[in-house]
Design a protein around this ligand. Structure first.
Ligand SMILES: Cc1cc2nc3c(=O)[nH]c(=O)nc-3n(C[C@H](O)[C@H](O)[C@H](O)COP(=O)(O)OP(=O)(O)OC[C@H]3O[C@@H](n4cnc5c(N)ncnc54)[C@H](O)[C@@H]3O)c2cc1C
Length: 486
């Protein structure tokens, strides 16, 4: 097979080993963790695997020469279709740029490449008693570049803040191939804070090639508590009351009985599957403070009524309790061949009402929904379980997903807590933003990427970047009811 001129130019930049273009190789890059939610996916033209910033910039310039889109990619664990190509273009995979370039304990910072796996950084600095605080449950696989692009969260972000709070600066390849260094304003005012704009920009503004990240000291003492409740309402009520009491655990996570069943079948961690829900609470800090807050949490949970309560200071036992939570998505195959995961957020005071609504909509649809989520942030993760081989299953799932999103928005919530908008939630953006809001976002995108060459088709509803904005809600209604003009 003869290479296309595009592929030959990319090989000149990255070398033979740094470019994939055979169909079998391309297929792997057609999807991300949200495969079931990305029906629009398109096969990329080539995959570049650069090893330096210069090579990334070179690939971008080649893409511009041929007028094809660029999609940055980390580990491909994204859950909103972010790294899925929607138009024929090149994918720049950053996984070979995975070095820790510098650790400066005096400044509590590290300089890393974007393909570094999240957990590898914490493992590297553990002996010095530091860690990188953003801890998505995918941290064994997802990259820091992907975490930056999605502004990833995780169980411990309740206390420590999400990725944006831990990024001090980035080296960035702009859509015209220029390389810039941008500092954040976290430690003083240094002009416009473009780093803040780049964190969470979902690969639409350019490519992160290096990041200066903040390191956090490992707390002196950690206590993990497991409170099992007879109803999901009780577990959610406990979360609302813990937050209202003014104490600040480092994480507050809920799992329902369905997800515990999956986890127990896969990992046997000892969760009480007979309970309707468990609340996993972690408290960290000075030993005296930890003991005091843990006692307050226990008293509060017991007042609401627990069916089982465990507390552990033992790191091995704690790791076991966390293993089930962190691996819960991987265990879902025990319940159904496919799942569709959504990550809407609701005000924490609305948790009980929202979870009742999730249960009602699940019953109405006849589809099982399992819940495992960052309860302290109000960040739901209803997992709709299904078998895509059943006729009409995908349509029923998308319908239920839509109803769940609308319910969360009506209860004062928003579309995403951490997984981003990508292609999956793009057409729900008008539920929370009006046309002026969306135009402002489109303006920012255009100022970085006037030709819409980077990750086109993501986040902003179709038409936003070429000026043909229509009433999206009306469009959706027209589609739903088969109206051709209105
Ligand atoms: C089991 C499981 C658990 C998860 N748990 C969590 C969780 O607790 N919290 C959470 O927030 N997310 C979670 N996720 C979602 C996902 O892991 C995160 O969104 C993660 O940040 C994606 O990183 P990645 O390296 O896989 O990025 P990818 O999926 O490869 O890409 C994601 C987006 O980032 C862009 N991108 C990637 N690298 C760069 C770069 N260098 N420069 C510019 N743009 C770039 C891509 O274009 C794409 O838009 C989970 C996913 C799975 C499968």
């Amino acid at each position: 097979m003869t290479n296309t001129p595009l592929v030959n130019d990319l090989i000149r930049v990255c070398g033979e080993a740094g470019v994939r273009h055979r169909r079998a190789d391309l297929l792997v890059f057609e999807a991300d963790g949200s495969a079931d939610g990305s029906p629009e996916k398109v096969l990329p033209l080539a995959i570049c695997l650069p090893t330096s910033t210069e090579q990334v910039a070179g690939c971008v310039k080649v893409a511009r020469k041929y007028g094809v889109p660029v999609i940055a990619r980390g580990a491909g664990t994204g859950l909103s279709g972010g790294a899925v190509p929607l138009a024929e273009g090149i994918i720049i995979s950053l996984t070979r740029m995975d070095r820790i370039l510098d650790v400066n304990l005096a400044e509590r910072t590290a300089l890393v490449e974007p393909g570094l796996i999240n957990l590898d950084l914490s493992t590297h600095i553990k002996a010095d008693r530091f860690f990188f605080a953003p801890d998505p449950s995918s941290q064994k696989a997802s990259t820091i570049g992907g975490n930056i692009a999605e502004n990833a969260g995780g169980p411990h972000c309740l206390k420590y803040g999400v990725t944006t709070n831990h990024i001090l600066g980035v080296e960035f390849v702009l859509p015209n191939g220029d390389v810039v260094w941008l500092d954040s304003n976290q430690t003083g005012y240094g002009g416009l804070d473009l780093t803040a704009a780049i964190v969470g920009s979902e690969g639409m503004f350019g490519i992160v090639t290096r990041a200066k990240v903040l390191l956090t000291p490992i707390p002196e003492s950690i206590s993990v508590m497991l409170a099992a409740f007879a109803s999901m309402d009780d577990a959610a009520q406990a979360v609302t009351e813990i937050i209202a009491s003014g104490t600040m655990p480092s994480s507050l996570e809920i799992m329902d009985s369905l997800s515990m069943q999956a986890v127990e079948a896969a990992y046997h961690v000892g969760y009480p599957t007979e309970a309707a829900a468990v609340l996993l609470v972690e408290v960290d800090g000075h030993p005296l403070e930890v003991a005091e807050i843990s006692a307050e949490v226990e008293a509060l949970c017991r007042r609401i009524g627990v069916v089982q309560y465990r507390q552990s200071y033992d790191p091995v036992e704690q790791a076991g309790l966390w293993l089930g939570r962190k691996m819960s998505l991987a265990a879902m195959g025990r319940l159904a061949p496919n799942y569709y995961l959504q990550d809407a957020v609701v005000p924490r005071s609305q948790l009980v009402k929202t979870l009742d609504e999730v249960a009602r909509l699940s019953n109405e649809s006849g589809l099982l929904v399992s819940n495992v989520f960052h309860a302290g942030d109000g960040n739901l993760h209803p997992l709709i379980l299904f078998d895509r081989r059943e006729t009409g299953a995908v349509e029923r799932v998308l319908h239920l997903n839509h109803d769940l999103v609308v319910a969360c928005v009506e209860l004062g919530g928003t579309l995403s807590g951490e997984h981003g908008i990508g292609s999956e939630k793009r057409d729900h953006m008008d539920l929370i933003y009006n046309e002026s809001d969306l135009r402002a976002m489109a303006g920012l995108k255009r100022s970085f990427d006037p030709d819409d060459a980077f990750n086109p088709g993501k986040v902003l509803p179709k038409g936003m970047l070429c000026g043909e904005v229509k009433d999206l809600h009306m469009q959706r209604m027209a589609q739903k009811y088969g109206i051709v003009a209105f």
